[in-house]
Design a protein around this ligand. Structure first.
Ligand code: FAD
Length: 401
């Protein structure tokens, strides 16, 4: 594992935009670009082109590239803060940004000093290349630690064919990061992570993505046909990348996107309650009690996301590989995913009750239709049952806290 994201550059090294500047840009893009487009993105199930273009323009896509390579070197807390800011306006845009950051961090933290991979990260900075994730597969489905597809070596390079069930923004990404077995003889869990560059892959037999929510992520499945050169296979086994980066960072930044949705819904409920209170001064509206309950859950959700993000950032900053791989940290982050996804659905549902009919109507300014539909992706995006199953296995043997 290489030096973690968030480590300052040494003297003489370049530094890109500051994390604070990028956060201000994301906040502005949320208000001025992503929010105004969100209803149309949702209604048409279209890629949020304008949000992603604005994020590229503001150079947000290199936030997770180490500062030594020209990026902002944002740590998990800082990446999560961006996702909360954007998720309050367009959850699909926020989820696309979150997934991209996970891919960049996976390369940055596990490139093993490869000059080619470091040069690629500099290209991400210069060209603001968007990277999509191809872990899910027909067969293992959401079990990202098993693959059917394999890397096949050909003349100093490789070919790779994978039947992916779900590839968010695959048709709009410059590059892909794909899990696969190391070679045709490898066991399903003997996996590598492979960077495939635009022009070297095609998405065949694309499926559709006409879903309840998160419609703008455009996550249709496809058969990926790819080729590349040997350096594009990350040097570290995928098992370590998943344990120390891909899984924990996913749970942190996904949780942050869902916190954005819940914050948006709670904001609508608060506005409705305040307007009811103004209509009848001196009388606390009945909905205020409901609001009190949902605000308690929102606070729990916020604490859970940012405490886990802070713990994770601290472990990375200390380079504490043992802590990152420990069963207690795996449980901690799995519990974040379980509780954040559940609390998000609860907060948005209770906001619907607090707002009443106004939020049930699609065209109302207080409509919670999109937020509710987006929120329901959270327990399904790596099914909570699957995560409970993993925790159950760990808890059957693990004696620690
Ligand atoms: C908005 C969104 C975006 C996504 N984007 C991407 C992407 O960019 N790239 C990508 O690769 N994937 C993506 N996915 C897919 C995601 O990673 C999972 O593959 C998908 O959510 C299916 O998860 P699953 O296999 O855990 O559940 P499913 O395959 O849906 O599981 C089916 C059922 O089996 C049960 N089940 C399955 N396994 C177990 C188990 N071990 N123990 C107990 N019960 C079990 C569950 O109860 C579940 O109801 C996305 C999903 C969503 C919702």
């Amino acid at each position: 594992m290489k030096s973690p994201v968030g480590v300052p550059p040494e003297a003489g090294q370049e530094a890109g935009q500051t994390v604070a500047e990028l956060l201000r840009a994301v906040e502005r893009i949320g208000v001025e670009v992503a929010g105004p487009a969100a209803a149309d993105v949702d209604a048409r199930g279209r890629f949020p082109q304008e949000s992603i273009a604005a994020l590229k323009e503001a150079r947000v896509l290199s936030a997770a590239v180490p500062r030594a390579l020209g990026g902002a070197g944002a740590n998990p807390v800082e990446l999560a803060t961006q996702c909360v800011a954007l998720g309050q306006h367009c959850a699909s845009s926020a989820m696309i940004l979150a997934m991209h950051h996970i891919q960049v961090a996976s390369i940055a933290q596990h490139c093993g000093g490869s000059p080619e991979l470091e040069a690629y990260l500099r290209r991400v900075v210069d060209e603001q290349r968007l990277i999509a994730s191809v872990t899910s597969e027909v067969g293992p489905s959401g079990d990202m630690r098993q693959s059917v597809a394999c890397v096949t070596q050909v003349d100093g390079g490789f070919t790779l064919s994978k039947r992916a069930t779900t590839i968010s923004y695959g048709a709009y990404a410059e590059d892909l990061l794909i899990t696969a077995r190391r070679d045709p003889e490898a066991a399903p869990s003997n996996q590598v992570l492979v960077l495939v560059l635009g022009g070297d892959f095609s998405l065949e037999e694309p499926g559709t993505w006409d879903t309840l929510g998160m419609r703008g992520t455009c996550s249709a499945g496809a058969r990926v046909e790819a080729k590349g050169q040997a350096w594009q296979v990350l040097p570290e086994p995928f098992a370590g990348i998943a344990t120390t980066t891909m899984v924990p960072l996913s749970h942190v930044v996904w949780g942050a996107c869902w916190l954005g949705i819940a914050t948006d819904a709670a904001g609508k409920a608060r506005a409705v309650v305040r307007s009811k209170a103004r209509a009848q001064p001196g009388v606390a509206p009945a909905a205020a009690r409901r609001l009190s309950g949902l605000m308690t859950k929102l606070q729990l959700l916020r604490s859970e996301v940012f405490l886990a993000a802070r713990d994770y950032s601290d472990l990375l900053a200390r380079g504490d590989l043992e802590g990152l791989a420990s069963l207690s940290f795996v449980l901690r982050l799995n519990n974040l995913k379980l509780s954040a996804s559940q609390l998000t659905v609860e907060v948005v549902s209770e906001a619907l009750f607090a707002c009443g009919i106004g939020s049930y109507m699609n065209k109302s300014p207080f409509s919670l239709s999109r937020q509710l539909r987006d929120a329901y992706s959270a327990p399904l995006m790596i099914n909570n049952d699957r995560i409970h199953e993993t925790n159950a296995s760990i808890l059957s043997v693990f004696k620690g806290e």
